[in-house]
Design a protein around this ligand. Structure first.
Ligand SMILES: NC(=O)c1ccc[n+]([C@@H]2O[C@H](COP(=O)([O-])OP(=O)(O)OC[C@H]3O[C@@H](n4cnc5c(N)ncnc54)[C@H](OP(=O)(O)O)[C@@H]3O)[C@@H](O)[C@H]2O)c1
Length: 176
């Protein structure tokens, strides 16, 4: 029911990672309305709901969205046209500097372990984006760790508070 409500634009509990991504964009002053957003990944928990939320005829939506996946022909041709690239793939270095235009906003949802003998655990976490190279072209870019991950937790807490308010008959708070 909740997914259905979200899809048709009714008030719903929004999925935490996509909602966190949208809040990151809004609170960083990125204009979503009219932007061409290219999402790489079509999972049920990130890519699909995010695409849906971004095309809603609402203040937090009104974007033009392209969703890419493993069957997409020439991924770079799509990402190069994006004002905002959102990577939710699960593969390091999927988005490289040659795949984005100057000034692009990049949101890296990916969390991947790569071997690193210098670390106590033997690995470190990286996203789906070649951060060091892409940051030279991007106007804004999220790091991994420390970017989307904490926002997911934040929005989970947000939903928890909303749920408690509803259970107490206090009604839903306005999203900001
Ligand atoms: N930070 C957070 O809070 C958070 C939350 C959720 C997920 N994540 C991370 O985000 C990443 C994605 O997770 P997920 O659950 O959304 O996705 P998922 O279910 O693992 O699916 C990955 C998606 O990426 C696509 N893909 C894979 N390789 C690709 C390639 N080379 N080119 C284009 N598309 C490709 C797949 O296409 P097909 O559909 O064609 O297979 C699929 O749609 C993971 O690293 C996960 O750990 C982070």
């Amino acid at each position: 029911m909740n997914v259905g409500k979200m899809v048709v634009g009714e008030e719903a509990f929004l999925p935490c990672t996509p909602h966190g991504v949208i809040q990151l964009l809004l609170r960083s002053g990125v204009k979503i309305e009219g932007a061409h957003v290219v999402i790489v990944g079509r999972s049920n928990i990130v890519g699909k709901p995010l695409a849906n939320m971004l095309i809603q005829k609402k203040a937090q939506g009104n974007a033009t969205v392209t969703v890419c996946h493993t069957r997409t022909k020439d991924l770079a041709q799509h990402t190069r046209q994006a004002d905002i690239v959102i990577a939710a793939v699960g593969r390091p270095n999927t988005i490289t500097a040659d795949m984005v235009q100057e000034g692009v906003v990049v949101i890296d949802v990916g969390v991947n372990r790569v071997e690193d003998a210098t670390k106590k655990k033997g690995y470190r976490l990286v996203g789906d984006v070649d951060f060091e190279a892409v940051k030279e072209k991007a106007s804004l870019i999220t790091p991994v760790p420390g970017g989307v991950g904490p926002m997911t937790i934040t929005m989970l807490l947000y939903n928890t508070v909303e749920s408690a308010k509803r259970a107490a008959g206090l009604g839903a708070a306005k999203q900001s």
